[in-house]
Write a new protein. Structure first.
Length: 323
């Protein structure tokens, strides 16, 4: 397969009146070719900021202060605006959480497709309109002309997301990045949209980075998963390893918090740490049922088990600790 994206030491800060927010703190992960990687964690754990950092979409007062994001041999974090915009769209397709934020409200849909093609200097065999029609047919929109001649506000949420997916796939990207692409849609539509995206990714041998807070989505759609907490990766590995035998106490708590028929629901208690006054030691210490002596002042090192499942917890070094 081979590496498509390799993120190392990614660090992003936000300058706020309350102080410097440690939003992303030395994040490392990778995406191989033809692989779907989930990024999971509670809201506020840094998932969105991580992918927005990689895509050059963090705006002041936020800034990426360290790290690299090697995509097909190019460091995305070293690219200037215009270079990055060229890459985004053409080689990386982005599907945002809210489709309406990705669409221009005052332009007809066909004009927006034409603009994407023009911006990337793409000449198609037929007209731009033919190409847009095909793209919409690929995302299951019957009667694409009605959609092409309309405005975004005339679309339902599910339809708008299909249009955004068609735009993201238009220039045949090698990597698709989707940030909670089904938020706000009803459950049936959510599954249809996720099935659709996965189909378009797999059919063309693409890779995908899928941000979600839903472990059910990870289980069903992803090959590997990266678990984030307080702007750090705390565990990653093959989905079956991480979900069947989670090693980090936070991953264990996340899994226990998934509703299952016939089993009591164990809620995650406590809150994310203060990202301005970032904790020393393990970021999960204040909520961890297993915290012990080193946790409040020593940062855990990586431990790898089995086929590459990696986690950051002092328990990896203290198997005899009494809980
Ligand atoms: Fe809990 Fe300590 Fe492991 Fe952090 S390092 S998850 S506080 S046991
Ligand atoms: Mg988010």
């Amino acid at each position: 397969a081979g590496r498509l994206l390799e993120v190392s030491g990614l660090t992003t800060r936000f300058d706020t009146p309350d102080g410097l927010v440690h939003a992303v703190n030395g994040v490392d992960f990778h995406v191989d070719r033809a692989e779907i990687v989930g990024v999971v964690g509670e809201s506020g754990c840094g998932k969105s900021v991580t992918i927005r950092s990689i895509l050059g979409l963090v705006r002041p007062p936020g800034r990426v202060v360290d790290g690299t994001a090697m995509f097909d041999g190019v460091d995305l974090l070293g690219l200037r605006g215009a270079q990055l915009r060229r890459l985004r769209g053409r080689q990386i397709g982005f599907i945002a959480q809210n489709p309406f934020s990705a669409l221009n409200p005052v332009l007809r849909i066909h004009r927006q497709f034409a603009n994407i093609m023009a911006a990337h200097g793409v000449r198609s065999g037929g007209t731009a309109r033919d190409r847009a029609r095909t793209a919409l047919a690929d995302v299951g929109i019957a009667g694409p002309d009605r959609v092409l001649d309309g405005y975004p506000h005339q679309l339902s949420g599910g339809m708008a997301q299909r249009v955004v997916i068609a735009m993201a796939m238009l220039l045949d990207p090698a990597l698709v990045v989707a940030d909670e692409p089904t938020t706000g849609l009803d459950l049936t539509v959510q599954r249809q949209i996720l099935d659709l995206i996965r189909g378009l990714v797999q059919q063309h041998g693409r890779s995908m980075l899928l941000v979600t807070h839903d472990l059910g989505v990870v289980a069903q759609y992803c090959d590997r998963v990266v678990v984030m907490y307080a702007g750090k990766v705390i565990e990653h590995g093959a989905v079956r390893d991480v979900l069947n035998t989670p090693r980090h106490p936070y991953t264990q708590a996340l899994i226990r918090a998934v509703p299952r028929p016939g089993q009591p629901l164990v809620h995650l208690t406590g809150r994310l740490p203060d990202l301005v006054d970032y904790p020393r030691g393990c970021p999960f210490q204040a909520r961890c049922p297993d915290a012990f002596a080193p946790c409040d002042h020593v940062i855990p090192e990586a431990a790898t088990v089995g086929g590459g499942q990696t986690y950051w917890c002092h328990l990896s070094k203290e198997p005899e600790v009494v809980r």
